[in-house]
Design a protein around this ligand. Structure first.
Ligand code: GLV
Length: 317
């Protein structure tokens, strides 16, 4: 029987595969983010960690687990919170949750595309605060989504799920990836994609190459009528530069679900006009979050059984 620590509370049934296999599963009962010392302690005393993107699984934590800890299963598709190189070095396998959150995250990206383009937040805010004094032909004039050109930065599973929705809205779909996808709409040059899109939606993982991929220069290439949507990772966008672009009306609107220093949000972004902000809920449906927890648990279970999980992001020794 192995010992598994889940660092925070998970959706009902999420840890069931591990429990059903008879393992000793320790689940947090107060659902707070563990400190670095607590994470290191959990790593030291567990064979598997089931963790979340709010947990910083750095070299120190992994080193504390070295010798006993066999797997870190992240209940997220992104795993920039884990030092994968260090995990490799200590022979600890890292798993994630690919494939189960694409449609839910694409739904949310579309929600932001629509809400930001149609100024839903500003309009609702006025209504709720008693500032709406009746219908007006010039009020809250947004931009059409149907028929617009959408530029997808990154074209993995989530980007492709957004593309499917966009086609249903009669949009012209462009996508940028480093390697040619061979799919119509591929644009090799990010600058050109930014210049020609009415809506830019980000779907790249966070890495050294994508950090601040969209900064002041890139925002200045976008049309003043364009909308930026980020459901990927906060640091892909320079938040201050975006707030300035919104204030100066050099971009039209933004829909943002992820932030550079979560849970903090840049104060200028909080007050920027024509902006819809959500607290990182891209995969947040009951069904999807439950599936994510199950997939992470199954990955951990496979490693504990000496098998090679299909959702490993590291080399399996
Ligand atoms: C959520 O942001 C995830 O990476 O799954």
């Amino acid at each position: 029987m192995a010992r598994i620590t889940a660092t925070r509370r998970l959706p009902e049934g999420g840890l069931e595969p591990l429990r059903a296999a008879g393992h000793d599963v320790i689940e947090s009962d107060d659902d707070r983010v563990l400190s670095a010392a607590e994470l290191a302690d959990a790593a030291r005393n567990s064979d598997a960690l089931v963790c979340l993107l709010t947990d910083r699984i750095d070299r120190e934590v992994l080193q504390a687990g070295a010798g006993r800890l066999r797997v870190v299963a992240n209940v997220a598709v992104g795993y920039d919170n884990i030092d994968v190189a260090a995990a490799n070095e200590f022979g600890i396998i890292v798993c994630n949750t690919p494939g189960v959150l694409d449609e839910t995250t694409a739904d949310l990206a579309f929600l932001l595309i629509l809400a930001a383009s149609r100024l839903a937040h500003d309009a609702e805010d006025d209504l709720r605060k008693g500032r709406w004094d009746g219908w007006g032909i010039m009020q809250y004039l947004g931009r059409d989504v149907h028929g617009a050109t959408i530029g997808l930065v990154g074209y993995g599973r989530i980007g492709q799920a957004v593309a499917r929705r966009a086609r249903g809205f009669d949009m012209n779909v462009l996508h940028h990836t480093r390697n040619d996808t061979g799919i119509p709409g591929w644009e090799s040059n990010l600058d050109r994609l930014l210049e020609s899109s009415d809506i830019v939606s980000l779907h790249v993982p966070l890495s050294d190459t994508t950090r601040h991929l969209i900064g002041a220069r890139e925002l200045s290439l976008m049309k003043p009528t364009a909308v930026l949507v980020n459901t990927a990772r906060g640091p892909v966008v320079d938040e201050e530069a975006l707030a300035i672009a919104l204030e100066n009306e050099t971009v039209f609107a933004a829909g943002i679900d992820v932030f550079e220093r979560e849970p903090r949000v840049h104060p200028r972004l909080l007050t920027a006009p024509r902006t819809v902000l959500l607290p990182h809920i891209g995969s947040g449906s009951i069904e999807t979050r439950t599936r994510m927890a199950v997939v992470a648990s199954e990955g951990a279970l496979a490693v504990l059984a000496g098998e090679s999980p299909t959702n490993a992001v590291t080399r399996v020794p």
